[in-house]
Ligand binder design. Structure first.
Ligand SMILES: *Cc1c(COP(=O)(O)O)cnc(C)c1O
Length: 341
């Protein structure tokens, strides 16, 4: 596969902005190159545009070379970058599963890129043939999300493999929920599929949603395009330092995940035991999709008791469904109590 051929011409020809911090790297004693205030160290200095120290740590943790990592302001930044790097507005399109995470469509809409949604099977398994049938000569990117939001299930690996083997463009796998999942990440398959981009995030299992830091893993050529198109200083110093420090607490994150998985099982059982609950879908994520007789009414009732869940009633294949994040034991108990009164 030739990545350059998939990239928009203006991006391929782009002469990227060359920041002071990218022109000179290394240690010096006097920095008079970036019009910074010499006072208020270390916050007076522009941060490393390529976040080298933080990436080194992530590289070790994930077993991926730093050169194959891009860091963004949440995963939302690389989602937008993928659309802008590969899709010519009003000409190219992206294809995604439906239902799925809403940001893929929003980024396509903002960039005037056609969004084609291919329904999952009614049991939320991946319909690879339907997805591939939506592809045409202008399809540059396919978005897959596994475990999927809002359905909670992992997509079938062989069906995903079929998509990657039959499609010549970029395939994104959004693994925001991978830390909660019973299956391994696709990170180990990067070598086999050079057109694969994997997104992960610090927003879920790591408990850092407010910090806004996401990761994209891909072949070096693709990461090169991300780095040319992103804002030079997209990840600020505070975030770089704080995330780096948090990475030292991976064992704590794994404990959180273990606790969450236990509470997920308990909550699923309690919900399923409520006679009027129609279905609790199996989940590989930190939330449960639950089918009830009247989702909008139940949503309103929970709001009136101060409990907020996500009403997914109007989403394709999710009529009658609420998406419920697994909380603490006390929060889950409050939810069950509210449902039973
Ligand atoms: C929550 C979520 C994200 C995370 O987005 P951030 O911008 O990293 O906070 C990404 N993808 C999916 C599918 C999600 O549900």
């Amino acid at each position: 596969m030739n990545t350059d051929k998939l990239v928009r011409e203006n991006i391929r020809l782009l002469k990227p902005y060359s920041s002071a911090r990218s022109e000179f790297q290394g240690a010096a004693s006097v920095y008079l190159d970036a019009n910074e205030n010499p006072m208020n160290a270390p916050y007076n200095r522009y941060p490393d545009p390529l976040q080298r120290e933080l990436k080194e740590k992530i590289a070790k943790l994930k077993g991926v070379p730093s050169s194959q990592i891009m860091l963004g302001v949440g995963s939302d930044e690389p989602i937008d970058l993928v659309v802008r790097i590969f899709c010519e507005p009003r000409q190219d399109n992206i294809v995604a599963i439906e239902p799925t995470y809403g940001m893929y469509r929003v980024c396509a809409d903002i960039n005037c890129v056609e969004y084609r949604a291919a329904l999952l099977h009614p049991d939320y398994t991946l319909d690879a043939d339907r997805l591939l049938a939506a592809v045409d000569g202008h399809t540059k990117v396919i978005f897959l999300c596994s475990p999927n939001n809002p359905t909670g299930n992992l997509l079938d690996r062989e069906a995903m493999r079929k998509v990657m083997e039959c499609f010549g463009g970029i395939v994104v796998i959004d693994e925001a929920y991978v830390d909660f999942s019973s299956e391994a990440s696709w990170l180990t398959e990067r070598e086999r599929y050079p057109n694969l981009i994997i997104f992960q995030t610090f927003s879920k299992a790591w408990g850092l949603a407010s910090v806004r830091c996401g990761m994209a893993f891909a072949a070096e050529e693709i990461i090169g395009y991300f780095n040319r198109v992103k804002y030079p200083y997209n990840v600020n110093l505070l975030t770089q330092q704080f995330v780096s420090e948090q990475l030292d607490h991976a064992p704590r994150m794994r404990e959180w995940v273990a606790g969450l998985l236990a509470r997920r099982a308990a909550l699923a059982a309690e919900l399923a035991a409520i006679p009027w609950v129609r279905k609790v879908y199996p989940s590989d994520a930190n939330f449960l999709l639950v089918k009830v007789p009247d989702a909008p009414a139940l949503y309103g009732k929970l709001v009136s008791k101060g409990i907020i869940v996500r009403n997914r009633n109007n989403i394709a294949l999710c009529a009658g469904c609420l998406r419920i994040t697994v909380g603490t034991e006390a929060e889950n108990a409050a939810l069950i109590k509210a449902l039973n009164t």
